[in-house]
Design a protein around this ligand. Structure first.
Ligand SMILES: [Zn+2]
Length: 338
């Protein structure tokens, strides 16, 4: 059937069915294809050499079925996958479908069944993809910027516990107050929706922790809203920021009608709910990855747009594999702050 006859047929449908057809077609055409879009971007010089970033690369034969390139600047060769989360994967034909199922929120068991891959592979792919969102989305905050920390109980989910007596999921820490078996996550958001979630330290945060998380992304026009925590005060003084400190001890929720930290507090409760209901808690080691995932979803209420962003961003990051292999290193660094 050619296009003209297809169009004629389509025009015989009822107006409702025509609308449905247009809607379904737009979904199909929006569905991104990992492999071909990365290939296209390399050919169009939208992606640089993974070694030095230069756009002066050219096609240079094949490597086990993958297109190989040579860089004219650093003279190194690379393939279309070098450094990305896809490098070295067998079963590349499942990549698009995998991300789609992941984006639909399917469990690892269901993905395993649907794609006939083993659970370890399904788990590794998830974290390779999520590693590619680490440190790649760091635009500056503007105007009123809220920041507040929240705590997750340290968890070794997935690992057999030998020394510790098992604790009920989501249980209370046995220590009083904010103890060093709680993971501090600093959440920051401006009113335009730029957001950051950083797994920061064990226990209470310091002004250095805040600075490491967001210090380089604030500007002179920032109005920082936080609680009256001494670390935020010190951080704001060091950076010479206008600072509005809400006194939670006095139940002060809003100042001058516009200054509050209700957006970040709402993010705290949404992300915890999501992690509990979708994954029944996550291991501290992978917490940053899940926060990265949550952020992509927050940016897009529409699941196709989220899918697009997941694919486009994961294919751009040539450091994804390194970051994936450093997960244990990040974790050791975090728990040694205890
Ligand atoms: Zn190069």
């Amino acid at each position: 059937m050619n296009y003209t006859t297809l169009l004629k047929e389509a025009l015989t449908l009822s107006p409702e069915d025509q609308a449905k057809l247009i809607n379904d077609l737009s979904k199909v055409s929006l569905k991104p294809d990992y492999i071909s879009s990365r290939r296209e971007q390399l050919l169009n010089k939208q992606i640089g050499c993974p070694h030095c970033g230069s756009m002066k690369h050219y096609r240079f034969g094949k490597d086990k079925g993958s297109q190989r390139y040579k860089c004219n600047t650093c003279k190194k060769t690379f393939t279309e996958y070098t450094g990305t989360w896809v490098a070295g994967l067998h079963k590349k034909e499942y990549i698009n479908e995998y991300i789609e199922l992941m984006n639909q929120g399917l469990s690892l068991d269901k993905i395993k069944k649907a794609l006939k891959i083993n659970k370890k592979t399904a788990f590794d792919w998830r974290h390779k993809i999520l590693s590619s969102y680490r440190d790649t989305d760091k635009e500056n905050f503007a105007g009123i910027t809220e920041s507040d920390e929240t705590f997750f109980l340290e968890s070794e989910k997935g690992k057999q516990q030998k020394k510790r007596t098992p604790r009920k999921r989501g249980g209370k820490s046995s220590k009083r107050g904010i103890s060093d078996d709680q993971v501090a996550v600093i959440v920051t958001s401006d009113r335009k929706g730029t957001m950051d979630m950083t797994v920061s330290t064990m226990g209470r945060i310091t002004k250095k922790n805040i600075n490491d998380a967001i210090g380089s992304r604030l500007s002179k026009d920032t109005i920082l809203c936080s609680d009256s925590h001494v670390s935020y005060k010190g951080f704001a003084i060091d950076l010479k920021l206008k600072h509005i400190a809400l006194r939670s001890d006095l139940k002060q929720r809003v100042k001058d009608d516009i200054y509050h930290i209700q957006h970040v507090n709402s993010i705290h409760s949404r992300v915890k709910k999501w992690i509990d209901s979708s994954f029944q808690g996550v291991s501290t080691k992978y917490l940053q990855n899940y926060l990265n995932w949550f952020k992509v979803q927050e940016n897009h209420k529409n699941s196709i747009a989220a899918l697009n962003e997941m694919i486009v961003r994961s294919l751009k990051d040539c450091n994804a594999l390194i970051k994936f292999r450093k997960i244990d290193w990040y974790y050791t660094k975090l728990i040694t702050t205890q």
